[in-house]
Design a protein around this ligand. Structure first.
Ligand code: UDX
Ligand code: UDX
Length: 462
């Protein structure tokens, strides 16, 4: 192992989650001259990062971590030591939606983040660069600076905003070849110097024209704006999926037709059962709260409607199942194929599958939940529901004796199943609800299924 002295810089990341872990693994892989340490208060998580079974599933991550771990990538619970040794500290602790007090259900809960700032202050004896990785309300850097500089000004902390744009399931690819890296700083001499230091880290593998520099507030707000725009596209297409279902227009054809307009672009136009993930809802509600706090109620309402439409889309899916299955699912077995909020991840945070499964169980259905990677999280999400749910990884077994299948995650394996075999094992009439539009609907109809897709007229045998 290389000795500590041979490293050019010590980089620390506080928070070994979905963002901190992969981001630091990529920096370590691309910058062997830096020592990269990731710390977390959660001991179990750290020991998993140090084991053969990482705490998160992400294609390509195992190889990345294995190659750098022990060389210049370290996972540890020694937060205070980590802070003392570090030149650059990334803060990637969670900033969930507040569940209490002022702004409950909307504002960001900054308690972990503030605690971290105080911890940094208490354990620093020299100047440091602090990088906000967590998504934060615009102008948070100011508060962080105030806390950090409450020591009487002997140590200089420069706070930079460097939001993360990676998407789960493609995190390694996104980190390796990002559309852009955004770095915001104060525009003072010290601010610009710190900005340059962080630019130099990314310049080890990202082309200079892809590294965008801005003031710190623009960087903070750009993260919220990016997620709000992405979510808004999903809600826009989902709103029209409802209209397609009753007019015999086909949402895939509409999306293709509008997506070829280069001004609109063809990405993020897939109609679905709804968007999930830890960021979209949280960040939009955060944006809504900030707008309200500045008295910008029209702006707040505009973005709030993106979240409301998404909730409606999830609810509509359950009601659609119910009304088409003769207004009752009580006692009927239903196979939910896919529980993760998107394919290629085991993450289920804010997954539409949670709401839909709960809705079906409340209607007294017997739900078999299936997923190749997310069953551990699914069990946790549904642990309060003692009856009416079974977890079965094999999709064939999960569908046996079922009245209906609901596809809720676009896992590739679900495209390739033997649906004739599945149909033969189901109760008739057999229903399939494709919440991701990934199946061949005509073929399923010919097999004998009654097929309900998002944004398409149903194919029914009666
Ligand atoms: C987090 C934020 O939630 C998000 O706003 C931001 O955009 C990126 O960082 P994520 O990595 O997905 O997202 O969160 P999570 O997987 O929950 O990881 C956060 C980690 O911070 C957890 O492992 C938690 O134990 C750790 N943590 C939290 C600390 O180490 N110290 C604390 O005080 C609080
Ligand atoms: C998102 C942002 O993309 C990323 O830049 C940011 O850093 C974190 O939040 P993530 O939540 O991991 O990433 O996944 P994303 O690919 O954006 O998907 C979010 C949700 O939208 C998923 O549930 C997905 O299934 C859904 N979605 C996405 C659609 O329903 N239709 C689409 O066309 C695209």
């Amino acid at each position: 192992m290389r000795s500590k002295m041979t490293f050019k810089k010590n980089i620390l990341c506080i928070g070994a989650g979905y963002v901190g872990g992969p981001t630091m693994a990529m920096i370590a892989a691309k910058c062997p001259q830096y020592k990269v340490t990731v710390v977390d208060i959660n001991e179990k998580r750290i020991s998993e990062w140090n084991s053969g079974r990482l705490p998160i599933y992400e294609p390509g991550l195992d190889e990345l971590v294995t190659a750098a771990r022990g060389r210049n990538l370290f996972f540890s619970t020694e937060i205070e030591k980590g802070i003392r040794d570090a030149d650059i500290i990334f803060v990637s602790v969670n900033t969930p939606t507040k569940t209490f007090g002022q702004g409950a259900g909307m504002a960001a809960d900054l308690q972990y983040w503030e605690k971290t700032a105080r911890q940094i202050l208490a354990n620093s004896d020299r100047d440091k660069i602090i990088v906000e990785k967590s998504t934060l309300p615009v102008r948070t850097a100011k508060a962080m600076e105030r806390i950090l500089n409450s020591n009487g000004g002997t140590i200089n902390f420069e706070v930079l905003s460097n939001p993360e744009f990676l998407a789960e399931g493609s995190a390694v690819k996104d980190l390796e070849n990002p559309d852009r890296v955004l770095i915001g700083s104060r525009e003072t001499k010290e601010g610009l110097k710190a900005r340059k230091e962080l630019v130099d880290v990314y310049a080890n593998w990202v082309a200079h024209e892809r590294i965008i520099e801005s003031n710190v507030w623009s960087a903070e707000l750009s993260k919220l704006t990016a997620n709000a725009f992405l979510a808004q596209r999903v809600s826009s297409i989902n709103s029209l999926s409802a209209l397609c279902e009753v007019t015999e227009a086909d949402i895939n054809e509409v999306a293709y037709a509008i997506g070829t307009d280069s001004r609109i672009g063809n990405k993020f136009l897939k109609a679905s059962v709804g968007f999930g993930g830890s960021c979209f809802k949280k960040d939009i509600l955060n944006l809504v709260y900030i707008c309200k706090s500045y008295g910008l109620n029209e702006v707040a309402d505009y973005w709030d409607s993106v979240v409301r439409l998404n909730e409606w889309q999830e609810k509509r899916f359950v009601l659609n199942m119910l009304s088409n299955m003769f207004n009752t699912v009580a006692g009927k077995k239903i196979a939910v194929l896919g529980f993760a909020f998107k394919a290629n991840t085991g993450d289920t945070r804010e997954s539409p599958a949670i709401y839909i499964t709960r809705g079906l169980v409340e209607e007294r259905a017997q739900v078999n939940v299936s997923d190749p990677k997310a069953l551990v999280n699914a069990r946790e999400d549904l642990k309060d529901m003692r009856e009416g749910i079974e977890f079965i990884e094999d999709p064939y077994k999960a569908s046996e004796g079922a009245h209906a299948i609901a596809v809720l995650t676009e896992w590739d394996i679900y495209r390739k199943l033997d649906y004739k075999r599945i149909f033969d094992s189901m109760v008739k009439p057999a229903f399939i609800f494709d919440g991701r539009n990934i199946l061949n609907h005509r073929e399923l109809f010919d097999i004998g299924f009654n097929v309900f897709a998002i944004g398409k007229a149903p194919l029914k045998h009666f």
